[in-house]
Every structure is written in C-alpha cells, then in structure tokens.
Design a protein around this ligand. Structure first.
Ligand code: SF4
Length: 363
C-alpha cells in the first residue's frame, strides 16, 4: 500500500486540495523544516490560487531577537569563556557584529552539534567557562535540560547555559490574534509536537484550526487539505496527520526533564516583541549554571538591522521577496537578517528553492 508521500498519492491530495479550496483562505506553517520542505518540493506550484501559505516564526535562529543575539555576543567576549553554539547562530549579524566576526578578533567561539559537546568542553577545559547558547523550541530544550541535570550531578560548575529557549504555543496564540498575520489555521510543527504531543494544542485552545503534519510533500498536502476542510466547515479542532511519529501525549520523559529544569518566563521574539511566559528560564535550583546570572548578562531591547524586514516576514505580514533588500543587498552568502542566514529561514528558502524566484539556487 503506497504511503502518504508516494507521488501518485501526492497528486491525489493536490487534486483534493484544489477541490476543497474555492474561496480565499490563508494558512501558516510554523516550522522551519516545513518552510524548507514546501520550497524544496515546489509545493506552492500545486496549490489552488485561492490558497495562501505563509511562513511563521518556526525557525529557531530567526526568532532569536537582536537583543538576545547581543547577549550571546557579550558572553563570547568575556575573558576565559568558550562560547558553544549551533552553527547558524554564528553568522547572524547583530548591531555589534556576528559571533563569526568576534571569533576572527580572538573570541573562543565553537560550533557544537549538541549541548553535551558543550559539557565536554567544560570537562576538558577546567580553567575556562563553557557557555552554551540555548536557543530553539521544545525540540532542543529537553536535551539542554538533560545536560544541565548531568552537569549538576557531576558537580561541574564551569558549564553555563544562556537560556534563550522559546515555547511555541504562546507564539501561536499571539499569531491567532495578530492583525497582520490574518491566518485561518496553522500547519503545526512536527518536531515540536513529538515532544509536546497533539493534546498540548487542544489544551491551549488556539481558536483556529490546527493540523500536526509531517515533512514529506504528501504529509504537507494532507495537512493543508485537513485544514481547508475544517475552515470550510467552520471547525476549530486540532488534528494529528502525523500519527506515525507524533503521539497524543508526546514524549513524557522529555517534558518531565524540561519541567524539572525550566520554568516559563517572558521572552523577546524577533517580530513578536515580548510575549508573556513564552520563554524558558532556569529554575532557582539551577541558578549556579545560569550564564545570565553568573556572568551578569542582560538582554537589551534592540532594533533589527537597517532595512531588514525579518520581523514582518516572521509573522506572515510580508513575503521574503517583498523586502527591499531581498537578493539585492541580502543574499545567502551575504545575509543581512537571520531569515537569510538559517537554512530553515523563509528568506533563504525563497532564495534557494522558490519556483517564483528566477535566480533560485544562486547564493
Ligand atoms: S531579505 Fe534579508 S533583510 Fe530582508 S527580511 Fe529577509 S533576511 Fe531580512
């Protein structure tokens, strides 16, 4: 029996979607992997004209605010600090430059593939302080929580986390009411849902239709078809179209680890400003491993780079090619904003893969 991503099934789903969407409707995908997948598969060329799909704040690097980028840069510049981070953050330009530029001037900035790599840096360099820049949603936060528990168990006190993690549900609730987003439903993120479970969105009552979807072409078309059906019927339910991976209750162990280490806190988002209880802060018990407290760091309120419209792109108010800098000043090889830096960013996805971009694939 062919799977949902079989080409023949994809064609049937595209035809069913075309039949279902007869009047204008606008959905948002809130996962960077969906953004990339839609662009790579050229799915928008299969959509009925009345269907709009906009990208939301699903790319972890993109939603990291200019002030948070500055705080990471400030940590990297401290004497005796090894700043460990995932690769994309290194290239994000901040008001005082990027981590890549700080490294060229002598800061010890290392790209790691997991928080445990950063803990190893602390173990191997007892005379230094290893600071891990903790960004991303509930997808990455459990691994950071487990690493902090490990550091505490081992009594390692030269491992710190600059905790900039975000919670996806407060952002969805903000977007459901956002005057510029104007969305009729959410294609819910597959990866985050593996941890949170489909029930988390039901409990949050988003006020709009939501469908948890996987990342293949057929997964996404099926998710959009279910959203369109709900919209036509006036329903506002959460459906799980990715049951082969996402369970109703999610990953209980991962959620327990997060609850043990983190508590909700207000957080800055690029594009959405400060949202109440939309971030994660270390609980008091872990304050000794909190980079913000130990190094006396602050997260300032800063503007985006001049001319950059990432904030509006991230709330679906603007398509990447509507930014005046898109592929003129801002390109994948010379990015101005994080949406062009990250491989999961909407601007990079347009520049590299979008069928309407005649220069696609030319960084
Ligand atoms: S094209 Fe560049 S400057 Fe414009 S919104 Fe995208 S990343 Fe920001």
């Amino acid at each position: 029996m062919p799977g949902v991503n079989d080409p023949a099934v994809c064609r049937e789903l595209a035809a069913a979607l075309a039949r279902e969407v007869s009047s204008p409707v606008r959905f948002m995908e809130v996962c960077g992997t969906h953004t990339t997948s839609v662009a790579r598969h050229g799915l928008k060329s299969l959509f009925p004209p009345a269907l709009g799909l906009v990208s939301g704040p699903g790319c972890p690097v993109c939603v990291t605010s200019p002030g948070q980028v500055q705080a990471v840069l400030d940590a990297a510049k401290r004497s005796g600090v090894i700043l460990a981070t995932f690769g994309d953050l290194v290239r994000v330009p901040g008001p005082q430059g990027s981590l890549e530029q700080a490294r060229a001037k002598g800061a010890d900035v290392r790209v790691v593939y997991s928080p445990t790599n950063a803990l190893d840096l602390a173990r191997n360099h007892p005379d230094k302080t290893a600071v891990f820049a903790g960004i991303g949603f509930e997808t990455t936060a459990p691994a950071v929580a487990l690493t902090l528990l490990q550091a505490k168990d081992e009594g390692i006190d030269n491992f710190l986390v600059l905790c900039l993690h975000k919670r996806i549900i407060p952002a969805l609730k903000a977007l459901a009411d956002h005057p510029e987003a104007r969305v009729d439903g959410f294609l819910l993120p597959g990866h985050v849902s593996v941890v949170l479970g489909a029930e988390a969105y039901e409990q949050a009552d988003l006020g709009l239709p939501g469908v948890v979807a996987g990342f293949g072409a057929g997964d996404i078309l099926l998710g959009l078809l279910l959203l369109a059906r709900q919209a036509n019927r006036g329903e506002r339910r959460v459906e799980n179209a990715y049951p082969r991976t996402v369970r109703t209750r999610g990953n209980t162990r991962a959620k327990e680890a997060m609850d043990r280490v983190f508590e909700p806190a207000d957080a800055q988002w690029r594009g959405l400003g400060i949202l109440r209880r939309s971030g994660l802060a270390l609980r008091e018990e872990f304050s000794g491993l909190d980079a913000e407290k130990r190094l006396g760091l602050t997260v300032p309120s800063l503007d985006e780079p001049p001319g950059c419209s990432c904030g509006r792109v991230l709330v679906g108010a603007m398509a990447p090619n509507q930014c005046a800098l898109f592929e003129t000043v801002c390109t994948p090889s010379s990015p101005v904003g994080p949406c062009m830096v990250s491989s999961e960013g909407a601007c990079a996805a347009w520049a590299l893969h979008h069928p309407l971009n005649p220069r696609k694939g030319h960084p």
